[in-house]
Design a protein. Structure first.
Length: 153
């Protein structure tokens, strides 16, 4: 994928213009494709995503207690909804995968899609900070968070 294509995709999907496009190239590179891959960004992005989801849930569900908020956050940032968001964003089409992962359909695998979305969260954070990450992700994550109940039975 060319840098220009990546920049256009980020603008279209996230309304975001990267300062450092290489961060986003790295965020879309699976370990099967290179030793330089998204795993460290995934680690950081997981924390960023958890913080942003925690704040959104805290503000949205004023009467929920800590246990309810923790359960809701676990549901929002779990593999399935993250992979759903990644699929809607066509992240699989942008992933750099090794030949084995390509042959086995890694670009559709939920775990890889969710990991890549977390890596993108890390890239947004490193590229321009927490507010930039919040703005870029709010557009694509609102459809999942809107399905959360106020309390889990």
């Amino acid at each position: 994928m060319s840098e220009a294509s990546l920049i256009a995709w980020l603008a279209e999907r996230f309304e975001y213009s990267p300062r450092d496009p290489q961060l986003f190239e790295l965020a879309l590179t699976h370990r099967s494709a290179s030793n330089q891959n998204y795993e460290r960004l995934e680690f950081l992005g997981d924390a960023v995503l958890n913080l942003l989801a925690s704040q959104m849930l805290y503000e949205r569900y004023e009467s929920a207690d800590e246990g309810d908020l923790s359960r809701l956050r676990a549901r929002v940032v779990s593999e399935e909804p993250l992979a759903e968001i990644a699929a809607l964003l066509a992240i699989g089409d942008r992933l750099r995968l090794g030949s084995g992962e390509l042959k086995s359909g890694g670009f559709r695998r939920q775990s890889i899609l969710a990991d890549a979305l977390e890596a993108l969260c890390g890239a947004f954070f490193l590229d321009a900070g927490l507010e930039a990450a919040r703005r870029a992700l709010s557009r694509c994550c609102s459809n999942v968070s809107s399905r959360c109940p106020t309390r889990q039975n």
